[in-house]
Every structure is written in structure tokens, then in C-alpha cells.
Design a protein around this ligand. Structure first.
Ligand SMILES: [Zn+2]
Ligand SMILES: [Zn+2]
Length: 293
């Protein structure tokens, strides 16, 4: 017997507008009620998908739009619709995401959205779904166009309000910094090289009061890397992120590469250049300072 063809265009069971009686109710309660009114496999699957999405990223919040469950972080990540024979997750910006596991199987021709249709008995790839959720969060968190295939938008949209944003690789640790910055420089010291596993590290210095972790950020882990100095990294993905030292009181140094947007200045110097590795050619015109001067 041939399997039934996917019926992603099945008629919705309910209006696409939230009934007046439900307007203003907490989204989580509405999602609970939606799950409860589907006593078959669809309710169980929606509950499972909900748990996976919420666990994928600590910044995920629940919302309710179009009479439908919504999960969001820096904008809509996906909606969870239920039809007669299908549970559908629609990713608002799915077209921009790298779908390595090939989960998207519906709405493939849309401009921005992509969807995953689940039929009865569908096997859910938990890890791949959660990776896709995190990719959507990262896309939403990036400055306008920052991580899309279209490439960075000129200006990045970040300079307008004078605040730049950044995140570690897994996007659990997220921060904002208000311009102006104090300086940007390439550091060739051995501590930076080893901490980042790189030939040198480009830092941007901010006054400490202009820097903050975002409210929904995970906390970075701080490591005492030398007397009076600490380096912060993401406890989940290990991305080296920040530096503080009594040598530069009141400053937070942020790894420049974590900020996609243009800054108010470009790098102005190489520092600790006497430590630079011999396998990198540095032939830009910037001054090459040493620790002595
Ligand atoms: Zn991380
Ligand atoms: Zn350094």
C-alpha cells in the first residue's frame, strides 16, 4: 500500500484569527489548551515539539498569534499549526537557515518561510530540530541581513541607534554595547593567541558601563588567565568572548569578531607585536607596538 501523500494544504480546523474570548490570555495557557483539545497523536506531538523548541535555546518565549502557538527569540522562530492529518512547524525565516538534516519538507517555494510537516507516526530528529531552532535564533539576533545568504547589509543597521550586539557561536551568551568604543586593536600576546587558538586576536574596548549581557543571555564563565586579568568564554560552546584586567580598569574588551556590525572605528594598531607568530605575514600599514611601548 502506497503511503498517503503529504497533505500540507489540508484545510485548517479552526479560524486563523484568535477568538475574542482568547485575546489577552497567557500564551502558555492557550498552548496548553490547544494540546489538550487534541487527544490523539497530534496533541502528543505538539507537546513534544514544544518541549524540544523550548529546550533548544534559553531565550525562547511563547506567544500566540493567528490563533496559533508561536515560539520567538529576537523575533518569531516558528509557529506550530495543527491540521486534520498534519502537525506543521513553520519557520518564519526558514529560507535563510542552513537545514543540514533536510528537515524542511513543505512551503519550499516560499520567499522566507519554510515548514516541516509531521504526519501520524513521524519520527522526530530531536537534535536536528533543536539545531534548526538555534539557527533561527542566531539569524534573528544578527543585525539586519547579517547572517543571511544575502550577506551583511551596508551599515548593518547597528550604527543607527548606537548599540551593537554580539553572541558566541551557540548564541546562548549574548551581549550589547553602546557606542562609542574606545579603541580597536590586534593583540599578538601569547595569552590571547592560546586562549583563542589563533594567530592574534582583534579586541574592541568599551567603557564597562556601556557593556551589558542581554537579559536572556546565559552567563559566561570567567577564567583567571593571569594576575588581575580574567577571560570569559561560553560554557556551552567554548567561544572566547571577553577580557577584563586591572591594567585597564573600567573597561571590557570584547572579541571584535563576535560583533557582525560595523563599528565606529577600524583597528588602529598591532600590540604586543614582539610576540607575533612567524607564520603570519602582517603587511598592513598599522603601527606595530611592543609591550614596552
Ligand atoms: Zn556559546
Ligand atoms: Zn593579548
Amino acid at each position: 500500500m502506497a503511503p498517503a501523500k503529504p497533505t500540507s494544504a489540508a484545510t485548517p480546523r479552526r479560524p486563523k484569527k484568535t477568538p475574542a474570548a482568547d485575546v489577552g490570555k497567557p500564551p502558555a495557557a492557550l498552548i496548553d489548551a490547544r494540546i489538550a483539545e487534541l487527544p490523539d497523536w497530534r496533541g502528543a506531538l505538539l507537546a513534544r515539539l514544544r518541549a524540544l523548541i523550548r529546550a533548544a535555546h534559553p531565550g525562547i518565549v511563547e506567544d500566540w498569534k493567528w490563533n496559533t502557538p508561536v515560539w520567538a527569540c529576537h523575533g518569531i522562530v516558528c509557529t506550530g499549526e495543527t491540521y486534520n492529518k498534519t502537525v506543521k512547524l513553520t519557520f518564519a525565516q526558514g529560507a535563510w537557515l542552513v537545514d543540514e538534516a533536510g528537515l524542511f519538507n513543505a512551503s519550499l517555494a516560499g520567499n522566507a518561510r519554510r515548514a516541516i510537516d509531521f504526519q501520524a507516526g513521524a519520527v522526530v530528529d530531536d537534535a536536528a530540530l533543536q539545531a534548526l531552532v538555534r539557527a533561527a535564533v542566531a539569524f534573528n539576533a544578527a543585525p539586519a541581513g547579517g547572517s543571511g545568504p544575502a550577506g551583511p547589509a551596508p551599515g548593518g543597521g547597528a550604527m543607527a541607534d548606537g548599540v551593537v550586539h554580539g553572541a558566541c557561536l551557540c548564541t546562548r551568551v549574548r551581549f550589547s554595547a553602546r557606542l562609542p568604543s574606545r579603541w580597536v586593536a590586534h593583540c599578538h600576546c601569547s595569552y590571547c593567541r592560546r586562549a583563542h587558538g589563533a594567530a592574534f586576536v582583534t579586541w574592541v574596548g568599551f567603557a564597562a558601563e556601556q557593556f551589558s549581557l542581554d537579559p536572556d543571555s546565559a552567563g559566561p564563565r570567567w577564567y583567571d588567565s593571569s594576575p588581575g586579568a580574567q577571560r570569559a568564554f561560553c560554557p556551552t560552546c567554548g567561544t572566547p568572548m571577553f577580557f577584563q584586567s586591572t591594567r585597564w580598569p573600567g573597561e571590557v574588551h570584547v572579541a571584535r569578531a563576535l560583533i557582525d556590525a560595523p563599528l565606529d572605528r577600524e583597528p588602529s594598531a598591532h600590540v604586543f607585536f614582539e610576540r607575533h607568530v612567524p607564520w603570519l605575514t602582517v603587511d598592513d600599514p598599522l603601527p606595530k607596538r611592543t609591550s614596552q611601548g
